[in-house]
Write a protein that binds this ligand. Structure first.
Ligand SMILES: Nc1nc2c(c(=O)[nH]1)N[C@@H](CN(C=O)c1ccc(C(=O)N[C@@H](CCC(=O)O)C(=O)O)cc1)CN2
Length: 294
């Protein structure tokens, strides 16, 4: 039976470490780190994620601002706001919550963010630096997974790692990070996706499987090998009769995989809270490296 990679517990530890760091910083400086979040539209999950990021800021002692725009907002309005945030001496980092409505070109928005304030690590300059093993902001979800593996001392060196899903914010950066020359990394990585002929052929041989496809209960126990490490990034809201009206489903069929794996992340309480904690980490890095906060 697998042991749990407890993202909720580790995220609390990380936030406590950041809080202590902020308290120390504030002894000698004028202002707290400031994170701004831009939320466009009414997507229920996006609203919940952004609100939880604001709550995390309060918890660690950051200042936060939530800027809400209607789903009809124009691209130029958003670009104007981004320009303002780029120039502001009061803002250390900001994020634009994804996904964005269809009329907005996501790439244009990401390209407009000053890489020094891009605490999501999505700007091509930061993505490139990540690939080149240079110091930069790592995208929060992959950063969270690496940190979770590190805190549980999961060996990744020389392991076969299969990633399912090649999204720009999770699967693709994760595939780069797992193959980098630092810890945790040094894995042999296979990035599988919708055109992979037989995913099972890969997952059955993998020491580490990271699923990020958003297909509830996709990965079953008979698709993995004994002792594998299973990391579940998927969080899908599935409608049900509960008071909330939905439950959260991971990509992993938890019971059948937990029976065979050595380590496994739960949903909720695994990768999600780690994503939030690493955004706080990136924000304090942005604050410390900012030219404006002395
Ligand atoms: N600008 C960004 N947009 C999006 C990102 C991102 O990193 N930057 N990632 C995802 C969503 N995401 C962060 O924004 C995110 C996902 C999940 C969680 C989380 O805490 N999940 C909890 C369950 C929460 C719930 O009850 O719904 C868990 O898994 O335990 C936080 C953030 C897409 N967009």
């Amino acid at each position: 039976m697998a042991e749990i990679l407890d993202g909720l517990k580790v995220s609390k530890e990380i936030k406590a470490e950041i809080k202590a760091e902020v308290e120390k910083i504030l002894e000698g400086r004028k202002r707290a780190p400031h994170l701004v979040a831009i939320l466009v539209g009414n997507n229920g999950a996006s609203k919940a994620y952004v609100n939880s990021k604001v709550k995390d800021c309060e918890e660690v002692g950051f200042r936060s601002s939530l800027l809400k725009f209607p789903s009809t907002v124009s691209e130029s309005e958003l670009l104007e706001k981004i320009d303002e945030l780029n120039k502001s001496k009061e803002v250390d980092g900001f994020i634009v919550q994804l996904p964005l409505p269809d009329q907005i070109d996501q790439e244009k928005i990401i390209m407009a963010i000053d890489p020094r304030k891009d605490v999501d690590g999505f700007h091509p300059e930061n993505f490139g630096k990540m690939a080149l093993e240079m110091d930069t902001f790592l995208p929060a979800t992959p950063f969270g997974i690496l940190t979770l593996l590190e805190r549980y001392n999961i060996e990744t060196k020389g392991k076969d790692c299969v990633i399912i899903g090649r999204s720009k914010i999770v699967g693709r950066p994760m595939s780069i990070l797992m193959g980098r020359k630092d810890f945790p990394g040094n894995s042999t990585v296979t990035l599988t996706h919708s055109y992979t002929k037989d995913i099972e052929e890969y997952t059955k041989k993998a020491d580490i499987v990271i699923t990020a496809l958003g297909d509830p209960h996709f990965l079953k126990g008979d698709m993995i090998k004994d002792g594998a490490v299973i990391v579940d990034v998927g969080i899908t809201r599935v409608d049900d009769d509960s008071p909330k009206g939905y439950y959260l489903a991971g990509d992993v069929d938890f019971d059948s995989c937990a029976a065979k794996a050595s380590w496994i992340t739960p949903v909720p309480g695994g990768v999600g809270p780690m994503t939030r904690a690493m955004l706080m980490k990136n924000t304090i890095i942005a604050y410390k490296t900012s030219v404006y906060n002395d």
